[in-house]
Design a protein around this ligand. Structure first.
Ligand code: 6PG
Length: 219
Protein backbone atom coordinates (compact mmCIF):
# COMPACT_ATOMS: atom_id res chain seq x y z
CA UNK A 1 0.00 0.00 0.00
CA UNK A 2 1.41 3.42 -0.92
CA UNK A 3 0.12 6.97 -0.52
CA UNK A 4 1.97 9.73 -2.34
CA UNK A 5 1.50 13.42 -3.05
CA UNK A 6 3.29 14.69 -6.16
CA UNK A 7 3.52 18.41 -6.87
CA UNK A 8 3.78 20.21 -10.21
CA UNK A 9 4.76 23.82 -10.81
CA UNK A 10 2.09 24.51 -13.40
CA UNK A 11 -1.05 23.09 -14.86
CA UNK A 12 0.59 21.86 -18.06
CA UNK A 13 3.03 19.64 -16.17
CA UNK A 14 0.23 18.58 -13.82
CA UNK A 15 -2.11 17.63 -16.69
CA UNK A 16 0.64 15.55 -18.29
CA UNK A 17 1.25 13.76 -14.98
CA UNK A 18 -2.47 13.13 -14.38
CA UNK A 19 -2.89 11.61 -17.84
CA UNK A 20 0.30 9.54 -17.43
CA UNK A 21 -0.84 8.22 -14.03
CA UNK A 22 -4.21 7.17 -15.43
CA UNK A 23 -2.59 5.56 -18.48
CA UNK A 24 -0.10 3.68 -16.30
CA UNK A 25 -2.83 2.38 -13.99
CA UNK A 26 -4.88 1.18 -16.94
CA UNK A 27 -1.85 -0.48 -18.52
CA UNK A 28 -1.03 -2.28 -15.26
CA UNK A 29 -4.58 -3.38 -14.57
CA UNK A 30 -4.80 -6.15 -17.17
CA UNK A 31 -7.98 -7.19 -18.96
CA UNK A 32 -11.67 -6.50 -18.24
CA UNK A 33 -10.93 -3.36 -16.32
CA UNK A 34 -13.40 -1.43 -14.22
CA UNK A 35 -12.72 2.29 -14.07
CA UNK A 36 -14.60 5.18 -12.44
CA UNK A 37 -14.16 8.81 -13.46
CA UNK A 38 -15.07 11.87 -11.40
CA UNK A 39 -17.19 14.94 -11.96
CA UNK A 40 -16.77 18.56 -10.99
CA UNK A 41 -14.68 21.14 -12.78
CA UNK A 42 -11.20 19.60 -12.42
CA UNK A 43 -11.74 16.76 -14.97
CA UNK A 44 -12.59 19.32 -17.64
CA UNK A 45 -8.91 20.27 -17.57
CA UNK A 46 -7.55 16.77 -18.30
CA UNK A 47 -10.25 14.62 -20.00
CA UNK A 48 -9.50 15.92 -23.53
CA UNK A 49 -5.77 15.20 -23.03
CA UNK A 50 -6.68 11.74 -21.72
CA UNK A 51 -8.62 11.04 -24.90
CA UNK A 52 -5.55 11.94 -26.97
CA UNK A 53 -3.26 9.76 -24.84
CA UNK A 54 -5.57 6.71 -24.76
CA UNK A 55 -7.74 6.86 -27.90
CA UNK A 56 -9.10 3.29 -27.46
CA UNK A 57 -10.57 1.78 -24.30
CA UNK A 58 -11.75 -1.54 -25.74
CA UNK A 59 -11.48 -3.76 -22.68
CA UNK A 60 -12.74 -1.30 -20.11
CA UNK A 61 -16.02 -0.66 -18.36
CA UNK A 62 -16.23 3.01 -17.45
CA UNK A 63 -18.58 4.39 -14.83
CA UNK A 64 -18.63 7.51 -12.66
CA UNK A 65 -17.67 8.10 -9.04
CA UNK A 66 -20.91 10.04 -8.67
CA UNK A 67 -23.44 12.16 -10.47
CA UNK A 68 -26.24 14.65 -10.00
CA UNK A 69 -29.82 13.55 -10.65
CA UNK A 70 -30.27 15.88 -13.60
CA UNK A 71 -31.01 15.09 -17.25
CA UNK A 72 -27.88 14.12 -19.13
CA UNK A 73 -27.97 17.23 -21.31
CA UNK A 74 -27.87 19.44 -18.20
CA UNK A 75 -24.38 21.05 -17.93
CA UNK A 76 -24.19 19.76 -14.31
CA UNK A 77 -24.43 16.12 -15.45
CA UNK A 78 -21.13 14.28 -14.94
CA UNK A 79 -22.22 11.60 -17.42
CA UNK A 80 -22.83 14.29 -20.03
CA UNK A 81 -19.41 15.83 -19.42
CA UNK A 82 -17.52 12.53 -19.55
CA UNK A 83 -19.34 11.60 -22.75
CA UNK A 84 -18.65 14.91 -24.40
CA UNK A 85 -15.02 15.43 -23.34
CA UNK A 86 -13.80 11.82 -23.44
CA UNK A 87 -15.99 9.00 -24.65
CA UNK A 88 -17.48 10.63 -27.75
CA UNK A 89 -14.01 11.58 -28.96
CA UNK A 90 -12.44 8.10 -28.66
CA UNK A 91 -11.59 6.05 -31.73
CA UNK A 92 -13.51 2.93 -30.75
CA UNK A 93 -16.59 2.05 -28.71
CA UNK A 94 -16.29 1.93 -24.92
CA UNK A 95 -18.59 0.28 -22.42
CA UNK A 96 -20.01 3.19 -20.45
CA UNK A 97 -22.25 2.24 -17.53
CA UNK A 98 -23.19 5.46 -15.72
CA UNK A 99 -25.08 5.13 -12.44
CA UNK A 100 -28.06 7.14 -13.69
CA UNK A 101 -30.25 6.93 -16.77
CA UNK A 102 -30.46 9.85 -19.19
CA UNK A 103 -33.35 11.24 -17.16
CA UNK A 104 -31.59 10.91 -13.78
CA UNK A 105 -33.08 7.65 -12.44
CA UNK A 106 -31.01 4.75 -11.02
CA UNK A 107 -29.64 2.74 -13.95
CA UNK A 108 -30.38 -0.99 -13.62
CA UNK A 109 -27.22 -2.09 -15.46
CA UNK A 110 -24.98 -0.17 -13.02
CA UNK A 111 -26.52 -1.83 -9.98
CA UNK A 112 -23.82 -4.46 -9.30
CA UNK A 113 -20.77 -2.33 -10.06
CA UNK A 114 -19.88 -1.27 -6.49
CA UNK A 115 -19.64 -4.97 -5.52
CA UNK A 116 -16.75 -5.42 -7.93
CA UNK A 117 -13.22 -4.30 -7.18
CA UNK A 118 -12.33 -1.23 -9.23
CA UNK A 119 -9.00 -1.34 -11.02
CA UNK A 120 -8.83 2.43 -11.13
CA UNK A 121 -10.84 5.21 -9.55
CA UNK A 122 -10.00 8.77 -10.52
CA UNK A 123 -11.42 10.71 -7.61
CA UNK A 124 -12.42 14.33 -7.07
CA UNK A 125 -11.86 16.11 -3.77
CA UNK A 126 -13.96 19.03 -2.56
CA UNK A 127 -12.57 21.87 -0.44
CA UNK A 128 -14.76 20.69 2.45
CA UNK A 129 -13.08 17.26 2.35
CA UNK A 130 -15.83 15.46 0.41
CA UNK A 131 -14.94 12.74 -2.06
CA UNK A 132 -17.25 11.61 -4.88
CA UNK A 133 -20.63 12.63 -3.35
CA UNK A 134 -19.77 11.46 0.17
CA UNK A 135 -20.08 14.68 2.13
CA UNK A 136 -18.89 15.46 5.69
CA UNK A 137 -21.47 14.32 8.23
CA UNK A 138 -23.14 11.81 5.91
CA UNK A 139 -23.81 8.41 7.53
CA UNK A 140 -22.49 6.85 4.30
CA UNK A 141 -18.96 7.92 5.27
CA UNK A 142 -18.90 5.42 8.15
CA UNK A 143 -21.12 2.85 6.47
CA UNK A 144 -19.50 -0.26 4.98
CA UNK A 145 -22.24 -0.76 2.34
CA UNK A 146 -21.33 -1.92 -1.15
CA UNK A 147 -24.23 -0.34 -3.00
CA UNK A 148 -24.58 3.03 -4.73
CA UNK A 149 -25.33 5.71 -2.14
CA UNK A 150 -28.31 7.94 -2.80
CA UNK A 151 -27.82 11.51 -1.55
CA UNK A 152 -31.12 13.36 -1.08
CA UNK A 153 -29.69 16.83 -1.01
CA UNK A 154 -26.03 17.72 -1.56
CA UNK A 155 -24.72 21.17 -0.50
CA UNK A 156 -25.49 22.42 -4.02
CA UNK A 157 -29.16 21.56 -3.37
CA UNK A 158 -29.23 18.67 -5.84
CA UNK A 159 -29.95 14.99 -5.28
CA UNK A 160 -27.03 12.78 -6.23
CA UNK A 161 -25.73 9.23 -6.42
CA UNK A 162 -22.28 8.14 -5.31
CA UNK A 163 -20.02 5.14 -5.12
CA UNK A 164 -19.88 3.91 -1.51
CA UNK A 165 -16.80 4.38 0.66
CA UNK A 166 -16.08 0.62 0.35
CA UNK A 167 -15.49 0.94 -3.42
CA UNK A 168 -13.04 3.79 -2.88
CA UNK A 169 -11.26 1.94 -0.07
CA UNK A 170 -10.80 -1.23 -2.12
CA UNK A 171 -9.76 0.19 -5.51
CA UNK A 172 -6.42 -1.01 -6.83
CA UNK A 173 -5.38 2.47 -8.02
CA UNK A 174 -6.75 5.76 -6.70
CA UNK A 175 -5.63 8.79 -8.68
CA UNK A 176 -6.72 12.08 -7.09
CA UNK A 177 -5.96 15.20 -9.16
CA UNK A 178 -6.19 18.38 -7.07
CA UNK A 179 -5.70 22.08 -7.77
CA UNK A 180 -5.19 24.94 -5.31
CA UNK A 181 -3.56 25.51 -1.94
CA UNK A 182 -6.64 24.75 0.11
CA UNK A 183 -6.93 21.21 -1.24
CA UNK A 184 -3.21 20.68 -0.78
CA UNK A 185 -3.41 21.60 2.91
CA UNK A 186 -6.40 19.30 3.28
CA UNK A 187 -4.47 16.40 1.74
CA UNK A 188 -1.30 17.01 3.76
CA UNK A 189 -3.32 17.06 6.97
CA UNK A 190 -5.23 13.91 6.06
CA UNK A 191 -2.06 12.03 5.04
CA UNK A 192 -0.52 13.01 8.39
CA UNK A 193 -3.54 11.52 10.15
CA UNK A 194 -4.19 14.91 11.76
CA UNK A 195 -7.12 17.34 11.72
CA UNK A 196 -10.76 16.32 11.57
CA UNK A 197 -10.67 12.54 11.25
CA UNK A 198 -14.38 12.40 10.46
CA UNK A 199 -13.84 14.07 7.07
CA UNK A 200 -14.55 11.70 4.18
CA UNK A 201 -10.98 12.10 2.84
CA UNK A 202 -9.48 11.27 6.25
CA UNK A 203 -11.77 8.28 6.65
CA UNK A 204 -10.77 7.01 3.22
CA UNK A 205 -7.05 7.20 3.96
CA UNK A 206 -7.54 5.62 7.36
CA UNK A 207 -9.48 2.66 5.96
CA UNK A 208 -7.37 2.12 2.88
CA UNK A 209 -4.80 -0.60 3.50
CA UNK A 210 -4.14 -1.84 -0.02
CA UNK A 211 -3.51 -0.48 -3.50
CA UNK A 212 -1.91 2.80 -4.52
CA UNK A 213 -3.19 6.26 -3.69
CA UNK A 214 -1.66 9.06 -5.72
CA UNK A 215 -2.48 12.74 -5.20
CA UNK A 216 -1.35 15.01 -8.00
CA UNK A 217 -1.27 18.70 -7.14
CA UNK A 218 -0.65 22.00 -8.83
CA UNK A 219 -1.34 25.54 -7.48
C1 6PG B 1 -18.82 16.49 -8.54
C2 6PG B 1 -18.06 15.51 -7.69
C3 6PG B 1 -17.19 16.10 -6.60
C4 6PG B 1 -16.03 16.82 -7.21
C5 6PG B 1 -15.35 17.64 -6.15
C6 6PG B 1 -14.26 18.49 -6.75
O1 6PG B 1 -18.83 17.67 -8.22
O2 6PG B 1 -19.43 16.02 -9.50
O3 6PG B 1 -19.04 14.91 -7.08
O4 6PG B 1 -16.73 15.11 -5.72
O5 6PG B 1 -15.15 15.91 -7.78
O6 6PG B 1 -16.29 18.51 -5.56
O7 6PG B 1 -14.86 19.38 -7.61
P1 6PG B 1 -14.01 20.40 -8.45
O8 6PG B 1 -13.21 19.61 -9.39
O9 6PG B 1 -15.05 21.25 -9.14
O10 6PG B 1 -13.19 21.17 -7.45
Amino acid sequence: MTTELHSFADITLWRRAVVAAIARSIANAGSQQLVALPGGSTPRTFLPALASEIPCWPDTTVTLTDDRRVPRDDPRSNAGMVRQLLLDTLEGPTTFVPPLTASGEDAADARGLPCRRFDLIVLGLGEDGHIASLFPGSPAVEDGGIDWVSVDRAPDGLARISLPMASLVQAQYLVIPILGNLKRRLVETAIAGAGDMSLPLSQLLKKRNLGETLFLWSP
